[in-house]
Ligand binder design. Structure first.
Ligand code: ZN
Ligand code: ZN
Length: 250
């Protein structure tokens, strides 16, 4: 088999403007299932960065948007595909239940040992060597709990604790625009509830709670964004599957 071609650092990231000052930053040469959506939100006093990607190529060096203003960098959770560049942003936040992983992101705790291989790419970044991939420690200055507010000056995102995919997963909800940045708990693709620290019963309880949120647009941790109808469909499909007799965990 031929090895995939190599992409220069300067061409590694792509940015796509969405509505309401939200920009998607992603790594298009990573296959969709592994490709994290990095969400940037422009605020008056500071910007929000929700997740930071694989971390092999510097986000700060190659995406001017993330260094134009002060940035508060939040981790939706601590899987390797979401926190790779957190160390580049000094103002960092994470949920209490995964603070220890962000501070000491060992490959077996971030799932990098299982998924960070050549297979995740359509084309490789420069200097890629799966055997030496690791994430830099990025201890958080602020520990988030359910209900905390990320204040950008003219807009505010409320922290919603979403355990299930991982214990310290969070989503960010902006009431004024009915926007949900959902991380890996809800997106329009196969949901993962079998990681070493996943809990299916927590996942179900979280989705039952999330279903009641008044959302117009959902920007997930992977795959394309969607609206209210699809949001409820995804949640209902997951819950129906897990409620089937014989599929319930003890
Ligand atoms: Zn994840
Ligand atoms: Zn992910």
């Amino acid at each position: 088999m031929s090895r995939p071609c190599v992409v220069e650092d300067a061409s590694w990231y792509e940015t796509i403007r969405m509505a309401d000052g939200v920009t998607l930053i992603h790594e298009p040469w990573i296959k969709p299932f592994y490709r994290c959506n990095i969400w940037h939100v422009r605020g008056r006093d500071r910007d929000l960065l929700f997740d930071s990607g694989l971390g092999h190529v510097s986000l700060a060096a190659h995406v001017p948007l993330v260094t134009e203003r002060k940035v508060v960098c939040v981790a939706s959770h601590t899987h390797f595909d979401h926190i790779g560049c957190h160390h580049e942003f000094p103002d960092r936040c994470v949920h209490a239940a995964e603070a220890a992983i962000l501070a000491d992101p060992r490959n077996e705790w971030t799932l990098a040992d299982r998924y960070a291989t050549d297979d995740m790419f359509d084309a490789l970044p420069e200097r890629w060597d799966a055997a030496h991939y690791h994430i830099e420690p990025a201890p958080a200055g602020r520990i988030l709990e359910h209900g905390a507010i990320i204040d950008l000056g003219d807009r505010a995102f409320e922290v919603v604790h979403t355990p299930g995919h991982s214990p310290g997963g969070i989503a960010l909800y902006e009431k004024s625009t009915r926007t949900l940045l959902s991380g890996d708990i809800v997106y329009d693709g196969p949901l993962i509830d079998d990681a070493y620290h996943s809990q299916v019963d927590d996942y179900m309880a979280t989705l039952e709670r999330l279903r009641e949120l008044d959302v117009d647009v959902v920007h997930g941790g992977h795959f394309p964004s969607f609206g209210r109808t699809r949001y409820r469909q995804i949640i209902d499909e997951y819950l129906a599957l897990k409620r089937k007799p014989g599929c319930h965990l003890a």
